[in-house]
Every structure is written in structure tokens, then in C-alpha cells.
Design a protein around this ligand. Structure first.
Ligand SMILES: NC(=O)c1ccc[n+]([C@@H]2O[C@H](COP(=O)([O-])OP(=O)(O)OC[C@H]3O[C@@H](n4cnc5c(N)ncnc54)[C@H](OP(=O)(O)O)[C@@H]3O)[C@@H](O)[C@H]2O)c1
Length: 330
């Protein structure tokens, strides 16, 4: 691991860099530029998923960097996920092997169950819809059974750590009752407007590290929502006066303050950017620290406002493990 990146030691002893680059909503071309620039800037942790449809492009960049000797495999921390349309126990090994082939790697550092709620796959690898155009929930979901197969990946050498994503407190607690290998992280939406304190504190107390997705408020989601006719006002976290004031006091940007807050509260952050300039900015956060007073001010901003409400997956709200509130839930 590059010596200058702070890391968290996970419950299995593996070390996870506290900042990584997210890759959702990045085309192949964008992601190739971004991953190249990110590795140049010093990032070693990359978060991806088959659902982002860009693992092959990421794999091409990784291969160039590894072949050139500019980075060693053991310095990288690569995270990918078991998709929500292929979540049965029998999917685990073929899915990770496909991701490994696309990423041109022998193992990933972290393999996550992408979500506790699942959907029926269509023949073309997407999601099956019913006659009303709603995605069809896969009611066979059994976290404990899928986890047994996830656990085999560690001794088999396909994943160094395993974890979960989008699990709520009850779902984490239920999994912990049967798990032989405890999940190393729970990747959840976490930012100043959706702090999920009880879930965060519960996971930390159980030794499950929290990874914060959408730490900057997922600015691109509004456009994606609009493209499928979902009209929803989303807040701009970088425009919150308290965040701007703290940024000005440190000579930093609002984005840097939002990320520093995540890290200063013991959470791992995976901001996405396709812009080399912005991704460098997002990594340049280790030359300042928030004061206790500033952290307290940011803690007070919580509004329980979920930005990634999965409304894009219209129909998923009928799944019994779907616990988010969105415009389609009662
Ligand atoms: N497990 C899950 O279910 C799940 C769900 C959502 C996300 N994720 C993961 O978490 C990652 C991050 O979340 P996210 O992509 O939703 O949102 P995010 O990282 O909070 O925000 C990304 C957006 O902010 C913009 N941005 C980035 N840095 C900026 C800066 N310094 N100043 C101004 N704007 C900036 C980006 O635009 P530019 O690209 O133009 O810079 C992009 O539109 C994802 O990419 C994905 O890897 C996981």
C-alpha cells in the first residue's frame, strides 16, 4: 500500500484506504481517464460493480499500471459487488469470476453483496419487468444462504475481504447471527444530510466498518432521475452555508470539507469524479483536520434525507427486504 494513504484496519486484519474513487455513472471513456488520473494522484482504492458496466474499462487501466510496474497489486484495494439481479447462492462464484476476468485480476480486495433487496434478472442480463413496466422483486432472497457462498471466496483466494451494502440495522444483526466470517464493511449512503447514526454506531460496535457512498450528495443522480421521468429536488450539499463557512476557514472547498467530515468521524469515503481536477481535489484532504466544534456543527445538519432512494428501480419497493422510503413506498 502506498505509505501516504491513511487506512482503517478491518475486522479481518486487512487494511482499507479511507478514501477511494467511486465509478458509478462513468462511461468507459470517462472511467479510463478518471482511473488513470486517480492512480497518478495517489488513489489506490477503487469502488466498482458489474451494475456500473465499466469493469472492463477499469481492468484495462489496471493492467497497464500493473504491467508497467508503476503500481504493485498489493498496493491496490479493489472493491466490486454481487449485483441485485444475481444474488442467489449459486450466482456468487460465477459473478465474481466474471468481474475478475473483466478487471483482469486474480482476486478483489473486497466483494460486497450490493443490496439486501433483489430483482429477477432478464435474459439480456438486465432486470425483468412485469406488464406494468415494474421491476420484479426476487422473493427467494436469503442473505444467510448467499453469505455462506460469499465466505467460501476468502479461503478460495478470490476475495480478501467480504462485506455488504445497503443493509439496515436489523439486516446486519440477522446476518451476524449466522455469519462465520463477519462482514468487513457495510457500504451505505452516508453524508451530512443522511448520517444514519444508529446504523453507523451499531455497525462500528460490531466491528463492521462503514463505507460512505454518495459522500458528496451524488450530484449526477438528478440528471439520471430526470432521464427516466423522476422529478425530485435534490439538495446540493456543497452549497450548505455551514459547509461553505468551514471550507473558507480552512482555505478548502466544500467537497473537501464533506469528505474530511466522513473520514474524521471514522468512516471510509468513496467520492466519484470523472474530472481529473475534481478527483485530485477530493484526494487532497490530508493537510487539514476539522475541529471538534466544526464536526459538531456538521453532525447537526442531519435531515435523514436519502438521495439514492432507488426510485430508479421502480418495483423494488415490493421486495420485503426493501426498507428505504421513496416516493413509491407507502
Ligand atoms: N452500494 C451502492 O448501492 C452505491 C450507491 C451509490 C453509489 N455507490 C458508490 O459510491 C460512489 C460515490 O457515490 P455517487 O457517485 O453516488 O456520488 P458522490 O461521490 O457523492 O458524487 C458524485 C458527483 O459529484 C460530482 N463531484 C465530484 N467531486 C466534486 C467536487 N470536488 N466538486 C464538485 N462536484 C464534484 C461528480 O461530478 P464529476 O464526475 O463531473 O466530477 C458527480 O456528479 C459511486 O460512484 C459508487 O462507486 C454505491
Amino acid at each position: 500500500m502506498a505509505p501516504n494513504i491513511p487506512f482503517l484496519t478491518l475486522n479481518d486484519g486487512n487494511k482499507m484506504p479511507v478514501i477511494g474513487i467511486g465509478t458509478w455513472q462513468a462511461s468507459d471513456e470517462e472511467v479510463e481517464t478518471a482511473i488513470d488520473a486517480a492512480l497518478e494522484a495517489g488513489y489506490r482504492h477503487i469502488d466498482t460493480a458489474p451494475r456500473y458496466r465499466n469493469e472492463k474499462a477499469i481492468g484495462r487501466v489496471l493492467r497497464r499500471w500493473l504491467d508497467s510496474g508503476k503500481v504493485k497489486r498489493e498496493e491496490l484495494f479493489i472493491v466490486t459487488k454481487l449485483p441485485l439481479n444475481a444474488n442467489a447462492p449459486s450466482d456468487v462464484e460465477p459473478i465474481i469470476k466474471k468481474s475478475l476476468a473483466d478487471l483482469q485480476l486474480d482476486y478483489v480486495d473486497m466483494f460486497l453483496i450490493h443490496s439486501p433487496f433483489t430483482l429477477i434478472a432478464s435474459e439480456d442480463g438486465g432486470v425483468k419487468k412485469d406488464e406494468q413496466g415494474l421491476m420484479i422483486p426476487d422473493l427467494r432472497t436469503n442473505h444467510a444462504a448467499t453469505w455462506v457462498e460469499m465466505e467460501k471466496l476468502v479461503p478460495n483466494g478470490l476475495a480478501r475481504s467480504i462485506g455488504i451494502s445497503n443493509f439496515d440495522q436489523e439486516q446486519v444483526g440477522r446476518l451476524l447471527k449466522t455469519a462465520k466470517i463477519r462482514p468487513a464493511t457495510n457500504q451505505i449512503e452516508h453524508h451530512v444530510y443522511l448520517q444514519q447514526r444508529e446504523l453507523v454506531d451499531f455497525c462500528k460496535a460490531e466491528g463492521v466498518a462503514i463505507t460512505a457512498y454518495s459522500p458528496l450528495g451524488s450530484k449526477g443522480l438528478a440528471k439520471l432521475n430526470a432521464s427516466v421521468g423522476i422529478a425530485r429536488d435534490l439538495p446540493d450539499l456543497m452549497d450548505i452555508p455551514v459547509v461553505k463557512e468551514i471550507a473558507a476557514a480552512h482555505g478548502k472547498t466544500p467537497a473537501q470539507v464533506l469528505l474530511r467530515w466522513v473520514i474524521d468521524t471514522g468512516v471510509i469515503a468513496i467520492p466519484k469524479s470523472s474530472s481529473p481536477e475534481r478527483l485530485r481535489q477530493n484526494f487532497d484532504i490530508f493537510d487539514f483536520k476539522l475541529t471538534e466544534e466544526e464536526i459538531a456543527k456538521l453532525l447537526k445538519l442531519d435531515q435523514n434525507f436519502r438521495i439514492c432512494d432507488m426510485a430508479l428501480l421502480r418495483g423494488v419497493e415490493r421486495h420485503p427486504e426493501f426498507r428505504f422510503k421513496n416516493e413509491f413506498t407507502q
